[in-house]
Design a protein around this ligand. Structure first.
Ligand code: SAM
Length: 325
């Protein structure tokens, strides 16, 4: 199923997309299935330059297809609808400036975006259909990589099967904020080290998402195993963040994006958990206090009840926007 863009109207309004001119540049740092970008193109009647990043090459291919189809449909209805200038960048957004410089070499014009969006995290497609082990509801190999497993230093499989107990616990506590992190880490290490009758330790591997989810569930106290949220949720979030070095990527990318903005340009970030939001909140405050930016969203914008009902995955989203002075 195609990813449903969250807080879409709020993003379009907050980034003042309808005020963009034909020379304007919009950067989507998390192209995903292209939902936000498609709406931006529609709003500007195609008269815009778009730069779309995604670490996942399959996401780029899907977004390209959706966008081209949409542009074709709009042009059939309205002959004044332009063909947008599109640049797709299949890399981590932590290479923001370098990637813009590479595009500048081709276009021979300096690029100062007027609007930049980060829609952090993972797409519904990646969770439900990528087969890369992001969901514990399906039996899949434990990769959890946004790009191909080969393009990452390690996968979730490597963490649970080779890291020591303390490091696993630190990851689950630090990136999953799970208070049962130590119990879970102990259970993971025990599961991979089976002791035979003669006291010999033999290694077994934790290979799939469902195996890991079961180990985590059993590590939880029994009265906590059957709540609304599956006990493995936080562990899976933690492993994904670690494998993709998500927090450091955000810390590196957001300042580069802000520095690249045109004066008066806007930067919007949608985050999905407190660890991401904390980084954004702190950085935006620094820019506002330093007189380099003005606040657009005094409080983070959160979805209406109707959006949460229609798209439960929007539940934890928070949108913050600043404008460069
Ligand atoms: C929430 S989805 C974006 C959905 C998109 N806004 C839409 O409406 O379809 C996040 C996307 O960001 C990508 N991603 C995550 N971290 C990234 C990073 N550090 N650099 C580039 N892309 C990243 C994921 O592969 C995923 O496709």
């Amino acid at each position: 199923m195609r990813h449903v863009p969250v807080l879409l109207q709020q993003v379009l309004e907050g980034l003042r997309i309808s005020d963009l001119k034909s020379q304007s540049v919009y950067v989507d740092c998390n192209l995903g299935d292209g939902g936000h970008t498609e709406a931006v193109i529609e709003k500007t009647k195609g008269d815009i330059t778009v730069i779309g990043f995604d670490l996942d090459s399959e996401a780029i291919e899907r977004a390209k297809e959706h966008i081209q189809k949409r542009v074709g449909e709009e042009q059939k209805k309205d002959s004044s609808f332009k063909t947008p200038k599109l640049h797709f960048v299949n890399t981590n957004f932590r290479h923001f400036k370098k990637s813009l410089r590479e595009i500048e070499e081709v276009t021979t014009k300096p690029i100062h975006p007027d609007a930049i969006l980060f829609d952090l995290g993972i797409s519904s497609y990646e969770i439900d259909e990528s087969g890369r082990g992001f969901s514990f509801r399906k039996e899949e190999p434990l990769h959890m990589t946004f790009g191909t497993p080969a393009s990452h230093a390690f996968t979730a499989y490597d963490i649970v099967n080779t890291w020591d107990e303390e490091n696993i616990a630190d990851i689950i506590y630090g990136y999953g904020e799970d208070t049962y992190a130590r119990r879970i880490a102990k259970a993971i290490v025990e599961a991979r080290e089976k002791v035979t009758k003669d006291g010999e330790v033999v290694g077994t591997k934790i290979k799939t998402t469902t195996e890991l989810a079961e180990i985590v569930k059993k590590a939880y106290p029994s009265f906590k195993r059957h709540g609304r949220i599956h006990p493995a949720t936080k562990t899976f979030q933690a492993l994904r963040i670690a494998v993709n070095d998500e927090l450091r990527s955000i810390e590196e990318a957001v300042p580069q994006a802000f520095e690249s903005l045109a004066p008066g340009g806007r930067l919007a970030v949608i985050s999905f958990h407190s660890l991401e939001d904390r980084i954004i909140k702190r950085y935006f405050k620094e820019k506002i206090d330093g007189g380099e930016a003005m606040v657009v969203t005094k409080k983070p914008i959160v979805p209406e009840d109707s959006e949460i009902e229609a798209n439960p995955r929007s539940r934890s989203s928070k949108l913050r926007i600043i404008q460069k002075i």
